[in-house]
Design a protein around this ligand. Structure first.
Ligand code: GDP
Ligand code: MG
Length: 164
């Protein structure tokens, strides 16, 4: 049975772009419109002979008052994807920096006891590293990535599939 990897994070951070990299497809809708991927989307991924299922989500929003609890951030769809997953990839936006919703999502992911990998996407400079502020999530070293250029994807796949 294939492991399930869920892509979790705020809208517009690059989850669908990463999904397309993982599945080598244009299946997931990539757009500037926040929250466009309303439902979960499943794809097959493979790296060096190791196969897994990747799940794209679109449902984690922003709390309107900036101090809501976790249910204000997480939709039903995201919860379902997280609970179905064996491994979580938490995508954050390196250009936007760490914002309140990231911290709330991170706190929730801590409680799961599942492996979580933080991906700092939109690190577009070839020599740039992930912004240090994301260490504060306490979820380990963030992996720098430029999903739209495919940079950092191979490294993440290597790490993700190491134990598969
Ligand atoms: P999602 O809402 O998290 O699924 O985000 P999308 O994958 O739809 O991407 C949102 C926007 O970010 C799109 O305009 C993408 O082209 C852009 N984007 C994705 N990856 C990168 C990246 O590595 N660098 C930059 N600068 N933009 C990116
Ligand atoms: Mg999307």
């Amino acid at each position: 049975i294939k492991p399930v990897v869920a892509l979790i994070g705020r809208p517009n951070v690059g989850k669908s772009t990463l999904f397309n990299q993982f599945t080598k497809s244009r299946q997931a809708l990539v757009a500037d419109l926040s929250g466009l991927t309303r439902d979960r989307q499943y794809g097959d991924a493979e790296y060096e002979g190791k196969a897994f299922i990747v799940v794209d989500t679109g449902g984690i929003g922003e709390a309107d008052d900036g101090r809501g609890d976790i249910d204000d951030y997480m939709s039903e769809q995201s919860y379902t994807a997280i609970h179905e997953a064996d491994i979580i990839v938490f995508v954050v936006d390196a250009r936007a920096g760490m914002i309140g919703a990231d911290a709330e999502i991170g706190k929730f992911l801590h409680t799961l006891g599942k492996p979580v990998y933080v991906v700092a996407n939109k690190v577009d400079g070839v020599h740039d590293s992930a912004p240090a502020e994301f260490y504060a999530l306490g979820l380990g070293e963030p992996y720098p990535m430029a999903a739209s250029h495919g940079r950092g994807v191979g490294n993440l796949l290597e790490v993700l599939t190491a134990d598969m």
